[in-house]
Design a binder for this molecule. Sequence first.
Ligand SMILES: [Zn+2]
Length: 452
Amino acid sequence: MPPETICKIVRQYNKFPISKEDMEKLKEIAEDYGKVKNYVYQRYSGMKSLPKLYPGYTIQNEMTRCGMREGLQMPSVYFYLAVFDAIGAIKSRWTKTKGEILKAIRQNEGFTEEEQHFLRYVLKVNNAFEAALNGSLLKLPKEVQRQYDFLAGKVDVHKMENYLRRQVRRYHHPPHAGKPDGFSITAKAYRYGDEGIYISVKEKRKRIFIPLTDHNTYTRQLFVRLYPEERNVELQIPVDRTVKKHEDYNRHVGISIGMLTMVVTDEGHCYGEEFGEYQTRLSDWIRKQSVIYSQNREANPGRKKYDAAKKRLEEQLHSYINQELNRFLREEKPGKVFIPKLPKPMGAGKGKKINHYAAMWQRGYIRERLMIKCREQSVEVREVFGKDISNQCSSCGSLGRKKDSRFVCSKCGYEADVKQNAAQNAKNRGENIETFPDYKNLRLRKFPDDGK
Ligand SMILES: [Zn+2]
């Protein structure tokens, strides 16, 4: 078996500011690239075009014939990349739409079980979905056709198809290319050399040269991201990295993620103890800036300066998070990490300030980075259900109370740091689920509410 790999984006940067002239040429490609994408979006995002999306040659041929490339005088390498890029985006938009419809079906209690079954089946089988929306004839492999007929026999197909069409009209919005900020490029249109990269532009047989800060070379498809105002570019390259395996990583570790200390383990080890300070510094700064901004809205305080400073602070915070997550893996050597699921987003009316702060504290970023790092090191991450995870006693299972940062159980007398107790619960729940898969369905024992 080939070693398991994961895809990572590596980045390269220009060594010197790019000349105005060259930046204009790059912008020209990006703008054309965006035009082509938007054209494909407009023409092929709808229901009628669904049959053309798989495998996509029809769209490619129609785009060749439509004369747009000649009109823009665009090198064909960029033109077809833009077309494929757009087709990819349309496909993922459909995946999202189907997801929304599935959710709507689950929540619509008016459906019989057979109807739900039928609708889910149609959403799963590409051809059936297209045929249902467009009222065209179904062409399915024999076995699939048999299943379809069986499910269709139990429902009013016409009614179901109308329902699907209505949902598509409701949820399906064509993508839009937005501000043209870059373009993809294959090895046909670039060449590494002379400590930089040569990139084809619209003028025939002309390439512009960009010196780079590192001398790595690649052969894959790159994305060239433009920052015209700063006169910078960023090359983004997807690279396959081999997953590392550690023989000695085999411990079970429960963790709790917090706003002050980033990670607390079930044994009470702390990682990212300065996280709260970094976090406060960033949010204080943003608060101060927004006051300054509202005071001299007229005087036009430089937005660019603000963005650059904010980006710098965020980068510091992120590099601290990454460094501490690395230390967590190195020192704990986990084989499995148990982490509570995220609670549902807070409903409206809970106070804007709290929501703002909660949104600011990078919880999503920490989890995402943890997941990626664990995958890179072959460490398994298990999410456990999070209800009452910080109120339950990890020793006896009753509900206890929190006093400052301590957890106290009045039933058995157990006492621990709130976060450590939660991490112990995460570990208990994770291990219990592995032993008794039905564990999550067990109700928590309710005790008299002595916590308030
Ligand atoms: Zn207890």
